[in-house]
Design a protein around this ligand. Structure first.
Ligand SMILES: Nc1c(N[C@@H]2O[C@H](COP(=O)(O)O)[C@@H](O)[C@H]2O)[nH]c(=O)[nH]c1=O
Length: 371
């Protein structure tokens, strides 16, 4: 094998090493800081969390998730624009999904480095808030608790364990370590030394702490907010509906700016909580639509698709119906328990009818209850 090919293989191997089985970790929930929903105590650690705005090459970006997803497409500035124009980080992720096969060709190899860089941007530009949140995790392991992503997060196996590579949690722990031991080294950030590290057609710039308070000023945060109505329009909600939503949910004033940041995401802040309430039982698409009277069909379809993709909602076919994931899980556990108890009863009846001894019956039913 020639030298260069060997080097290329080595690089790929280095990039993918985090995905190998030796990288899998098991965490005990009681001993870690876990986060899943952005509104939980440590939800701010999620890339999906609002309230940690960024500026790269002079462009406002609402979340580290949007920045990370945009980094897939340095050669496709229109897709980058589409991604960062979304109000919801989950929608930002989904908007890039149809183009994933056009991600930069070395994406799998560089994505961990890119995530590390995105987290550093998040800290650099939200020094007090994000820094404090990171330090509040103490010395505990940080774990992204995920339904199905055991690369970036870890999946719960029973009440107390989570298993996965937990790449995001580990990058956050690494960042916390630097913050504790060498905070000054995090106060500026060089662009990554990878080819085509480009955002909206320009090489990504060298970043430094923004202002005296190390965070974006209120004025800067307000500059970000006017983006929201345009974006919502793009997803087929009428201007009136948009205005109505923001009138009710997020009237922008200096005093409630924090609330605005938290609620600046329709999908996270409004759609998901509503779905969680409605979908404690199976519901058809039309039944769901009844609960979202002001929303048009296409938008609702997109949201349902997103909720399913993100593992929040389970979709069942024939006929199509939906249920909130944890309700689905408890229902299937109930069904499993029922099946076990039915098969135990059947077994007992069979055993009785074949007139086995009493001790045999006890032994068999004990074995079945262990399944
Ligand atoms: N799947 C998931 C999250 N996963 C997030 O998605 C990002 C990785 O995207 P990708 O590399 O394109 O798969 C990364 O930020 C990871 O933390 N987050 C959430 O709140 N909810 C989810 O359901």
């Amino acid at each position: 094998m020639n030298h260069q090919i060997l080097l290329a293989y080595l690089e790929i191997f280095r990039g993918e090493i985090m995905q190998t089985s030796s990288q899998i970790r098991t965490y005990n929930r009681n001993e870690c800081i876990t986060f899943r929903k952005t509104k939980e105590a440590f939800g701010g650690l999620s890339n999906m969390a609002g309230g940690y705005p960024l500026i790269v090459n002079g462009i406002h970006i609402l979340t580290s998730e949007a920045l990370y997803q945009a980094c897939r497409f340095p050669h496709l500035p229109d897709i980058q624009k589409l991604i960062i124009a979304q109000n919801s980080p989950m929608t930002a992720k989904m908007k890039g999904k149809p183009y994933r096969d056009q991600s930069r060709s070395d994406w799998e190899r560089v994505k961990v480095q890119i995530m590390r860089w995105c987290l550093r941007v998040k800290l650099l530009q939200n020094w007090d808030t994000f820094g404090q949140l990171l330090l509040e995790t103490g010395d505990k392991a940080i774990v992204e608790d995920s339904h199905k992503d055991d690369f970036w997060g870890a999946i719960p196996t029973n009440d107390n364990q989570l298993i996965g590579v937990n790449a995001l949690g580990r990058l956050l722990m690494e960042l916390r370590k630097y913050l504790k031991e060498d905070a000054n080294s995090l106060k500026s950030l060089k662009p990554l030394e990878i080819p085509d590290f480009i955002f909206l057609s320009k090489p990504i710039e060298f970043l430094t702490l923004k202002d005296e308070n190390h965070t974006l000023s209120i004025q800067e945060k307000q500059l970000i907010i006017p983006l929201i109505p345009e974006i919502t329009l793009e997803s087929n909600v009428s201007l009136d509906q948009t205005k109505e939503f923001y009138r009710e949910e997020t009237i922008i004033t200096d005093t409630n700016i924090e609330k605005t940041e938290k609620d600046d995401n329709i999908f996270d802040g409004w759609v998901l909580p509503k779905l969680e309430k409605i979908l404690q039982n199976y519901q058809s698409y039309d039944q769901i639509l009844q609960h979202f009277k002001t929303v048009n069909k296409k938008q609702m379809q997109d949201w349902m698709k997103l909720a399913v993709e993100l593992g929040k909602v389970k979709k069942i076919e024939k006929p199509v119906r939906y249920i909130w994931y944890s309700a689905y899980e408890s229902e299937s556990n109930l069904l499993k328990a029922r099946k076990i108890s039915q098969s135990r009863n059947t077994r007992k009846t069979q055993l009785k009818s074949s007139q086995k001894s009493k001790s045999n019956v006890t032994q068999e039913s004990t074995q079945l209850s262990l399944i």
